[in-house]
Design a protein around this ligand. Structure first.
Ligand code: PLP
Length: 464
């Protein structure tokens, strides 16, 4: 043990405690490329405050993506820090196998109170991937117990992102997520993304919706409903580029799932807990009552890794009444129902209910309208979004919407210029995604959009 300590001390002295150097030597960043895996330096963030973060040079940046869609009530909320401290001092952990804690039960009650339909019970996880994984494993268990072991296939869509565990990642629909990665492909069927911007040239929105619905129906008919266990979909595809589906599409898909006994899993890891101005968007915005909703991120505003699945009372009741009362759902996580996570989530929910949701609903139209002005720039093919989710999609040519000639660097170039100007953006190849902390004001939205405009203009200059 002493030797380990000595080594660390000498290393730290060697490289002057420089976190970036330490990271290059010892940290594997998420989504690394083979050529730089374990040897990469990214911008070092030192502090956060409200909608701002400060990098290691002392530069203050607007946190355009709110971390990864998650710092909903903003950075440095003392109420949240205090609650975590108090809970850790009272009970930092209890084994969920044999005991339970009060914050997890109280939070489950309040989550169920906001959820649509008969979603009544919460299984907590450590984040979004494990929430989706849990929902899928629950579907498998449910069908096994009900004597339908064939009913396991999962419908997912292009452009989807559902996580980085094996099964959840198998659902991902962005090619670059899967190009070099394996997955449970035999279990997943991919449908088209409901992306109106990328619909076939000349097709009306109504015809596009019919096309998507027909594709779903045809797939069910071709494969057989008796083989399909679940459909998993984000109400608004987030990492796919803030894809807002055409009106009525989700309701129609929901109905087909109901008609065919296919479980509808609404992945609200991004959209829940305020991003669209509601605790859950499925019911309040899209008028659907899924069989399961997955959530994470905003549930604690990113202050603690927590996620979960809310499951329909009907499904649980069917299991309780099945012929296999002794069948074990062999699924559990050490940190399920974590008391510190649940305590901070309760306080976070207070903040949302006491004003942040109303504020989001108030500023969202302004945010969308200001972002939309960026369509004046020739590089911008479309600006789209909902609530406090927005995406600027760049194209090489507006008529053909060709993103390819500008592939790879456009988002990164805009990001680099914006960083210099005081805004962190999330580049996605030829897109920039914006999802600031929900507490952003109109003036701050002006600042953010002004910087983004300048960052895009500078990028256009680069490309000239
Ligand atoms: N589902 C959606 C819609 C997401 O956007 C994400 C992450 O961005 C996940 C699931 C996975 O969540 P996590 O990264 O917390 O595992």
């Amino acid at each position: 043990m002493a030797a380990v300590r000595d080594l660390r001390a000498s290393e730290a002295a060697d490289i002057g405690d420089d976190a970036v150097e330490l990271a290059k030597r010892h940290l594997i960043q998420p989504w690394p490329y083979a050529g730089s895996v374990g040897a990469e330096a990214r911008a070092l963030i030192g502090e956060g405050d409200g909608i701002y973060i400060t990098d290691s040079t002392g530069k203050r940046l607007i946190d355009g993506p709110a971390g990864m869609w998650c710092v909903n009530v903003g950075h440095r909320r003392e109420e949240l820090a205090r609650v975590m401290y108090d809970q850790a001092m009272a009970l930092s952990y209890n084994t969920p196998w044999y005991t339970m804690n009060a914050p997890s039960a109280e939070l489950a009650k309040r989550i169920a109170g906001h959820a649509p339909g008969d979603l009544s019970h919460v299984f907590y996880t450590t984040g979004g991937s494990s929430a989706v994984e849990t929902a899928l494993r629950f579907m498998q268990f449910y069908n096994n117990v009900r004597g339908r072991p064939e009913k396991k296939l999962i419908l997912s869509r292009g452009g989807a992102y559902h996580g980085s565990t094996y099964l959840s990642a198998s659902l991902n629909g962005r090619p670059r997520d899967r190009d070099w990665m394996d997955g449970a492909d035999e279990l997943v069927i991919k449908l088209s993304s409901p992306d109106p911007f990328r619909r076939p040239h000349g097709m009306s929105l109504a015809a596009f919706t019919d096309f998507l619905v027909d594709q779903f129906l045809d797939t069910v008919a071709r494969v057989g409903a008796e083989k399909i266990g679940a459909f998993v979909g984000e109400p608004v595809q987030a990492s796919g580029g803030v894809v807002v589906p055409p009106d009525g599409y989700l309701k129609r898909i929901r109905q087909i799932c109901r008609d065919n006994d296919i479980l509808y899993v609404s992945d609200e890891v991004v959209t829940a807990f305020g991003r669209l101005g509601h605790v859950f968007a499925s019911g309040d915005m899209f008028g659907i009552d899924p069989d399961m909703i997955t959530f994470a991120k905003g549930v604690t505003s990113g202050y603690f890794p927590l996620g979960g699945v809310i499951i329909s009372e009907r499904l649980l009741e069917e299991l309780r009444r099945s012929n296999h009362p002794d069948a074990l759902f062999g699924h559990g996580l050490t940190y399920t129902s974590h008391p510190v996570g649940c305590a901070v989530a309760l306080k976070n929910l207070d903040l949302l209910e006491e004003g942040v949701l109303a504020h989001t609903q108030d500023v969202a139209p302004y945010f969308q309208a200001q972002l939309k002005t960026l369509e004046e720039l020739p590089l911008v093919g479309e600006v789209r979004g909902l609530g406090l989710m927005g995406c600027v999609e760049c194209v090489a040519d507006r008529e053909s919407k060709d993103p390819l000639q500008l592939d790879k660097d456009v988002g990164k170039r805009i990001d680099a210029h914006c960083h210099e100007l005081g805004l962190l953006v999330r580049p996605l190849i030829n897109m920039c995604v914006m999802s600031p902390p929900l507490v952003i004001t109109r003036e701050q939205i002006d600042d953010m959009v002004g910087i983004l405009r300048e960052g895009i203009s500078r990028t256009m200059d680069d490309l000239r």
